[in-house]
Ligand binder design. Structure first.
Ligand code: IVH
Length: 702
């Protein structure tokens, strides 16, 4: 507590970290009392002091800024307060295009995939900068409204969405099941007025209209949401009991006729030139629209083509967001810190004089790597141009040379890891390309405490083990005390604590008590059984993040199957490697990295220790009700109805594995005209050979 009384200037880093944690909790508690219960527990002045102190500490120790920092948030993050809604059809995100060339590539990809000579028509419409929501109507009655969440399930905010003026509660003449999707947003005028009111009430102002919309929609008390002027544009749909139309244009018009607000600036375009002209038009009238947009979304107009194009990972192949150029600002580069990532990469982080860009205060930006610093010749003391687009990490674009102080020295990138071991950090040579890796990486691997610590932090992260009460701070403390050095150690904490091996015992340490200790052990025990995708993600394999982990989990179904395949994939000629490479969304980089991870002795040992404590649950495999799920298919010869890519994507969408060559494991060979050696081999091996039409009949498509 004494730290709370110290001047910010006097705080040690440890004091500051502890105090930021305390402030985050305390401010959250007051926010809850204020926003959710409308019953403030302290005076406004005292509340402002808390926030100011939090800001002061963060500006002195920007590296300590917490993920749940009150300065990043207004109001409460009530995710735990709302029930969960599983989306009947996942809510997808969009791929991005940043320039005209990206748009041309997008159109070309679609033409190639569909084997079209000419471009299909597209719609082009504003990308609204709000938050997406899904509204489910059954027999014309609004029954559920949800946020996007992670795309698979979101928060049930029905009562709040019902307060939005342009969301109808009843529909006439709608399909029996209709899920309407669109964007909840706040206009500039309403945003400004809301902030005036907030200020009059002594409440913190919202940073930008999107935050205001999000904060307003996620209020626990819908009567508060009702006082917030939210709006909604409908632009997509989820589950439907009957189609809305044959085209995007028609479907949106139908939503308009049903009573939804639809955007008037949607155009139908027959050429790339027309698309780009619409983009430029919207860019120039952006400031007059009265609400924030951050780009233009292009969608293939014909819905049957959308269906054929399908999805990759979380984004449709048939749509893309063409972003407006990022907002820029100028500030001073105060220092360049080196951070060590989980895989040992030394990343330079620019510490900046705080500046507002794109509606938020930025004090850190990435400098990417050593070459990038050299290319920009960024020096401490320089004035730099900063840009920030959407939610991406702010970047330094260039240095303003005529403002460079006379004594600014070129930055010398360290060649040793900043960790206490001071291990050499090197840039590997890529054998294939002959080029040096842009990343300088610490060679300490398992010995490097920074890497191990990052690895453990990743292991307990929200998207991995997510153990309540065991956050980054606690992990760091256990790590420094030598009590948790590898993931398995987390699961033996309880036994060791009870055996008196932790000294002092956990409950006697600062920040812990009997209750929090028993809660922690209960939370750890809860994770002894864990979803396969989370488990794979937690391993921290290079190039395997949340999405890839999910893909691996649904492709292999069980840990045993995955591990067996991953170990066998180390052999470049193995069918396991080929099968893994055939998974849509995986390439050489991921597969090599997975194989290398399992081939490494330390990893295998750490895994075995972990598996003695934890059991990964089996995952539901893709489309297991399809007759081709889990089967291995090879396509050969020329296909007449589809391009090879489309055929492959469809098969994989149904849970089949697509391989490049025939082996004893092949279940079907789909042979078109001109099939040669593969056909012969399949016949020799007794593999079922199908024509393209027979294949289509098998998968129930024509
Ligand atoms: S279509 C399957 N259209 O952008 C495609 N999205 O970056 C679903 N967004 O999550 C999205 N305006 O929240 C679409 N006119 C628009 C949009 C739009 C804003 C948002 C949406 C989505 C995000 C993807």
């Amino acid at each position: 507590m004494s730290a709370a009384l110290k001047d910010v200037d006097q705080l040690t880093e440890a004091d500051a970290a502890a105090e930021l944690e305390r402030l985050a909790k305390e401010i959250a508690k007051h926010d809850k009392a204020y926003y959710a219960k409308d019953a403030p527990t302290i005076s406004d002045a005292a509340y402002d002091d808390l926030r100011q102190r939090n800001l002061d500490i963060e500006s002195r120790f920007p590296q300590l800024k917490r993920h749940d920092s009150p300065s990043e948030r207004v109001g409460i993050a009530p995710s735990a307060q709302f029930s969960e809604v599983k989306h009947a059809v996942p809510m997808l995100s969009l791929g991005n295009a940043f320039n005209d060339g990206d748009v041309e590539d997008f159109v070309d990809r679609i033409k190639r995939f569909l084997n079209l000579e000419t471009m299909p028509a597209f719609t082009a419409e504003p990308k609204i900068d709000g938050l997406s929501a899904s509204l489910r109507y059954e027999k014309g009655v609004l029954v559920t409204g949800a946020t996007r969440g992670d795309g698979r399930s979101g928060e049930n905010v029905t009562a709040n969405l019902k307060t939005v003026a342009d969301i109808p509660h009843h529909l006439e003449g709608a399909p029996d099941v209709l899920e309407v999707r669109g964007e909840v947003y706040m206009s500039h005028a309403d945003f400004a007025a809301l902030n005036v009111r907030q200020e009059e009430l002594g409440k913190p102002a919202y940073k930008n209209p999107r935050n205001a919309a999000a904060g307003s929609l996620r209020q626990i008390d819908p009567t508060i949401t009702a006082q917030r002027p939210l709006r909604f544009f409908a632009y997509a749909w989820g589950e439907l009991s009957e189609p809305l139309s044959e085209t995007q244009t028609g479907a949106v018009a139908r939503l308009g006729a049903l009573g939804f607000s639809v955007n008037a600036d949607m155009a139908r375009c027959d050429s790339v030139d027309a698309i780009l002209a619409h983009y430029r038009g919207l860019e120039s009238k952006r400031a007059q629209l009265g609400y924030d947009i951050d780009g233009v979304v292009y969608k293939v107009d014909r819905l049957d083509l959308q269906e054929r194009l399908g999805f990759v990972s979380r984004a449709p192949r048939w749509a893309i967001a063409h972003k407006f150029p990022a907002e820029k600002a100028t500030t001073v580069l105060k220092a360049i810190d080196i951070q060590v990532g989980r895989t040992g990469t030394l990343t330079p982080v620019a510490k900046l004089e705080p500046v507002t860009v794109g509606g938020v205060v930025v004090s850190n930006a990435t400098l990417h790597n050593e070459d990038e610093i050299a290319r920009k010749d960024a020096r401490v003391g320089d004035t730099v141009v900063l840009q920030r687009a959407g939610d991406v990490i702010p970047q330094i674009v260039e240095v303003v040379l005529d403002k460079r102080p006379a004594d600014a020295e070129p930055f010398e990138f360290p060649t040793i890891c900043p960790c206490p071991l001071k291990t050499p950090a090197i840039r590997e040579l890529n054998e294939k390309s002959g080029a040096t890796d842009v990343r300088r990486r610490c060679t300490g691997e398992f010995a490097c405490p920074y890497q191990r610590m990052e690895h453990l932090k990743h292991f307990v992260g929200r998207k991995t083990f997510d153990i309540e009460g065991l956050g980054e701070k606690q992990i760091a403390a256990f790590f420094e005390a030598n009590e948790v050095r590898a993931p398995a150690d987390i699961f033996t904490l309880k036994v060791r604590n009870e055996a008196g091996e932790l000294s002092p015992p956990l409950a006697e340490r600062e920040g812990w008590g009997e209750t929090s200790v028993s809660n922690l052990f209960a939370a750890i025990d809860e994770r002894r059984s864990i979803a396969l995708a989370r488990f794979i993600n937690a391993l921290g394999i290079r190039h395997v993040g949340e999405e890839t982990a999910r893909l691996l989990a649904t492709s292999y179904g069980s840990w045993a199957e995955f591990r067996r395949a991953a170990e066998a994939a180390a052999d470049p000629a193995s069918t396991e490697r080929e099968t893994m490479l055939a998974i849509d969304g995986l390439g050489e980089t991921v597969v090599s990295s997975v194989a290398a991870f399992f081939a490494e002795r330390h990893n295998a040992e750490a895994l075995d220790a972990l598996l003695a404590e934890v059991t990964p649950e089996d995952a539901e495999q893709n489309s297991s009700d399809s007759p081709v799920a889990g089967k291995t298919v090879v396509f050969t010869g020329s296909l007449e109805r589809f391009t090879r890519d489309e055929a492959k994507a469809r098969a994989q969408g149904l849970g089949a594995k697509v391989a490049g060559s025939v082996s004893g494991k092949t279940d079907y060979l789909v042979a078109g005209p001109g099939a040669g050696s593969k056909l012969k081999k399949a016949t020799d091996l007794g593999v079922a050979v199908l024509t393209e039409d027979e294949w289509l009949a098998l998968i129930g498509s024509s």
